[in-house]
Design a protein around this ligand. Structure first.
Ligand code: PMT
Length: 221
């Protein structure tokens, strides 16, 4: 257990996966369970922080002493994160945010019609919340942390993503159908905008969370 080194700090964490609706019964989603984001919330609270957790479709119990804001889509997640970030010392984007959403939403359930091919699903871009948070800091010394979920060329893609997003720290983890998503454990390399690289060995998601907070606390002090 770490010292209460985040006492007096407000931290905002996003967790879970956004769902982008096609009609009242269907959506485009991803495999995030919310466990990594919730581990970040629990460990920050244990270290004394005031914690706002923006939870996208996680379905996990609210961590004790944490302010939980439920959201559904990427657009809703953006609004909730930007609002909470206004007075935050640090923002950690652990949520799996959909890069695209269906261009149109059908008010009634989409039906299959005899003899007709299905209509193609046209996608439009969602806002990049992490890039926006990094470019327009709500406070001058606010620390902005992203995650990178990669399936191939994990570190190389992570390094490119760190530059593109402009955040201070990027936690690079490998994902797959049965990897990282939904599991109790993770392993990662935390890349710093200062060129630092911190490898984190396979272990509980709480252990990775505590290392992220160590790096955030260093940058806040
Ligand atoms: O929830 P679990 O089951 O515990 O799994 C944890 C996890 C694999 C979801 C988590 O560790 C993780 O990697 N989260 C980030 C997933 C993701 O969306 O990665 P990305 O490489 O697509 O996006 C990079 C960063 O930009 C992320 O911080 C993401 O929150 C952010 N982003 C992405 C798209 C977008 N439109 N806006 C964003 O802010």
């Amino acid at each position: 257990v770490r010292e209460p080194d985040l006492t007096g700090r407000h931290v905002v964490i996003s967790a879970g996966g956004t769902r982008e609706p096609l009609d009242p019964v269907r959506f485009l989603g991803n495999r995030s369970s919310g466990k990594q984001g919730y581990a970040l919330a629990r460990t920050a609270a244990a270290r004394g922080a005031r914690v706002t957790l923006i939870a996208a479709n996680a379905g996990l119990p609210d961590p004790a002493g944490v302010d939980v804001v439920p959201v559904g889509t990427a657009v809703q997640l953006r609004e909730a994160v930007l609002k909470a970030a206004a007075d935050a010392d640090a923002v950690v984007m652990a949520a799996a945010v959909a890069d695209f959403r269906p261009q149109t939403y059908a008010a009634g359930k989409i039906k299959k019609k005899d003899g007709e091919e299905p209509a193609p699903v046209v996608l439009v871009r969602n806002p990049d919340i992490l890039a926006e948070l990094s470019a327009d800091r709500a406070r001058p010394n606010q620390v902005v942390v992203g995650f990178a979920a990669e399936t191939d060329d994990v570190l190389a893609n992570g390094r490119t993503k760190l530059r593109r997003k402009g955040c201070d720290l990027l936690v690079v983890n490998e994902v797959g159908e049965r990897r990282t998503f939904g599991s109790e454990e993770n392993e990662a390399v935390v890349l710093g905008a200062d060129g630092s690289e911190t490898p984190v060995a396979h272990g509980p998601k709480e252990a990775l969370a505590d290392i992220v907070w160590d790096l955030v606390a260093q940058r806040l002090s």
